[in-house]
Design a protein around this ligand. Structure first.
Ligand SMILES: Cc1cc2nc3c(=O)[nH]c(=O)nc-3n(C[C@H](O)[C@H](O)[C@H](O)COP(=O)(O)O)c2cc1C
Length: 109
């Protein structure tokens, strides 16, 4: 037992799976939302999928994405934020989700 564990500060628990109802997470690590803005015309591309996939690959249980833009004129004036409506944007997100699930993670907008 190391010094951290003796003091009850072990981080091992963070890396253990967690389940709540139908949600099964590979770890107890949840990634907080962080603004990015790498989705030209609101469409998340392969680089965005790769960004989120990397987090799942490295053990994040649940990813909360950057802010997404709804279909309302007041939602944003920034064109690089990912939209959560429209065929192109939703197809982009579908690929993000596919990649994250493939890497064992879960993701929430
Ligand atoms: C849509 C959205 C975007 C965010 N973007 C950032 C960001 O770019 N950088 C940042 O430090 N925190 C950002 N935050 C806040 C973080 O998610 C987090 O709450 C904050 O860093 C404080 O963390 P703490 O509550 O653990 O202290 C964002 C929150 C939301 C809801």
């Amino acid at each position: 037992m190391n010094n951290q564990q003796q003091k009850g500060h072990s981080t091992d628990l963070l890396f253990q799976p967690f389940s709540l109802h139908s949600l099964a997470l590979q770890s107890r690590i949840v990634m907080a939302p962080m603004s990015r803005g790498f989705s030209p015309n609101g469409v998340p591309g392969p680089d965005v999928a790769a960004y989120y996939r990397q987090r799942a690959e490295n053990g994040v249980g649940l990813i909360v994405t950057e802010g997404t833009v709804i279909d309302h004129p007041a939602a944003t004036s920034e064109t690089s934020l990912p939209a959560i409506y429209g065929e192109s944007a939703l197809n982009g997100w579908a690929e993000v989700v596919r990649q994250v699930h493939d890497a064992g993670g879960k993701i929430f907008p």
